[in-house]
Design a protein around this ligand. Structure first.
Ligand SMILES: [Zn+2]
Length: 255
């Protein structure tokens, strides 16, 4: 196992000048801006992997391996992991390291409660500042979602579904709401992965379409209602009823 891992890492193509710099030290001569850019790049890559379900809840994020993969120091990886932990996407344990978060049923219910409070306000705000280019941008996103569905690209479907909601917040023009939505959407992706029922879909495509139509008509009241219904549908497609860690072993193993 260890041999194949190091072989894989050694075989990974090294990119650019950073590859020649010893990993134990910070790359010398790099401007603060370049360092920030690299930091954001690693953050975005891990974030996208969580959104696309390539990184599953509970996966260990070993600093050393990530440092080798991204050709940066372990200190840099620690910074990225701390940022992801701050956003509840990663959980940090002393001595054991970082893991992709594994939201409990209680946390999942909290996420949906928060979304039901925030997202009607997001659509109301968006409609109050709506410009034609906002509708255009939403239609473009819808086209991407439709394309992913046509190709049956499940990873892209989950990611784009989540991004639709963050896009609404970002177009509404409130940066604090956008940050909160980004975090809540990522947690929702983890929750869908953990509690999805076999028949479930993440966001229903027709519901996003109806929402965009409603926003384009500037019908705030109806848009708010549609958003709450949409969130209820997502929550209802998940199995959040199981008792947390307290299984009825007798009935499970009953002959
Ligand atoms: Zn949705």
């Amino acid at each position: 196992m260890a041999v194949s891992r190091s072989a894989r890492l050694a075989a990974a193509p090294s990119k650019g000048r950073a590859a020649r710099i010893p990993q134990s030290r910070e790359p010398a001569g790099k401007s603060v801006l370049e360092r920030e850019k690299k930091h954001d790049e690693i953050y975005e890559k891990i974030y996208a992997a969580v959104l696309e379900h390539r990184l599953q809840p509970g996966t260990k994020l070993a600093e050393e391996r990530l440092a080798a993969i991204f050709q940066v120091s372990r200190a840099r990886i620690r910074e990225v992991l701390a940022r992801l932990a701050h956003e509840q996407i990663v959980e940090l344990y002393p001595q054991r390291g970082a893991y992709v978060a594994k939201p409990t049923i209680e946390q999942a219910l909290d996420v949906f409660e928060a979304r039901r409070l925030i997202e009607p306000a997001v659509v109301r705000r968006l409609i109050s500042v709506l410009q034609p280019q906002h509708v255009e941008r939403l239609r473009q996103h819808q086209a991407l979602e439709e394309d992913a569905r046509r190709r049956n690209d499940k990873r892209a479907i989950v990611r784009l579904s989540g991004e639709f909601h963050t896009l609404l917040a970002s177009l509404a023009g409130n940066s604090a709401l956008t940050r909160s939505m980004r975090e809540l959407c990522t947690l929702t992706c983890l929750i869908i992965f953990l509690y999805d029922m076999p028949t479930a879909t993440s966001c229903r495509a027709d519901e996003h379409m109806k929402l965009v139509d409603c926003i384009a008509r500037r019908d705030a009241e109806r848009a708010e209602k549609l958003m709450v219904e949409h969130l209820n549908h997502i929550e209802a497609s998940l199995d959040l009823s199981a008792s947390d860690g307290d299984a009825d072993l007798e009935s499970i193993f009953a002959a």
